[in-house]
Write a protein that binds this ligand. Structure first.
Ligand code: FE2
Length: 187
């Protein structure tokens, strides 16, 4: 039913290259929050978790002389734009449904408005709001959440768990749809 899983996305060399820059820990934690929020608010959980996993894939190195330079980074930051483009290319390459890839890409593009001189808060769709909120839930002052550590092995274990829960979620939805059809037919 799902064209691509979170683990398949995570294992791709492009994801590995760029997620290490912005932090695997933050990507996985945001995915976990997005899963919970999407279930709670009835938002597409497959798209929400994929957008959450990839939301910071557009980050670039922001070290200067080996040290974190947050102010310099903020001045030039367009990570949401770069990330949206990178994620779209990656998702299409992995065989994601084209319409889903577009929705995921837009959620990445609008997960923050820190690079704009206006707020998009009131204009986000429910999917975009879930991704932005999940990101905020793991944020720490001065971008320190990008520095929390998580091993690749642990990330794969946690993403496998979320993949299984999502598959289960869609299976139970299908059972409900089928049984409601049966109910209608029985009448
Ligand atoms: Fe983030």
């Amino acid at each position: 039913m799902r064209n691509v899983t979170l683990v398949e996305i995570f294992n791709h060399r492009i994801t590995q290259k760029y997620l290490r820059r912005s932090g695997i820990h933050h990507a996985v934690k945001t995915t976990q929050y997005a899963y919970k929020l999407a279930i709670d608010y009835g938002v597409d959980v497959d798209m929400a978790t994929k957008a959450a996993l990839l939301h910071d894939i557009g980050h670039y190195e922001w070290y200067r002389e080996g040290k974190w330079d947050y102010d310099e980074y903020r001045k030039h930051d367009i990570h949401a734009i770069k990330g949206a483009e990178r994620a779209h290319k990656l998702l299409i390459r992995l065989g994601e449904d084209r319409l889903a890839a577009k929705e995921i890409t837009l959620a990445i593009l609008l997960h923050t408005d820190s690079y704009l001189n206006f707020s998009v808060q009131d204009f986000r769709t429910p999917l975009q709001t879930v991704v932005a909120t999940a990101d905020e839930m793991d944020e720490q002052p001065k971008g320190l959440h990008h520095y929390n550590k998580m091993e690749v092995k642990e990330a794969i274990t946690l993403l496998t768990e979320i993949d299984e829960k999502i598959n289960q979620h869609y299976k139970s939805k299908l059972v409900r749809i089928n049984s409601s059809k049966l109910f209608i037919q029985d009448k």
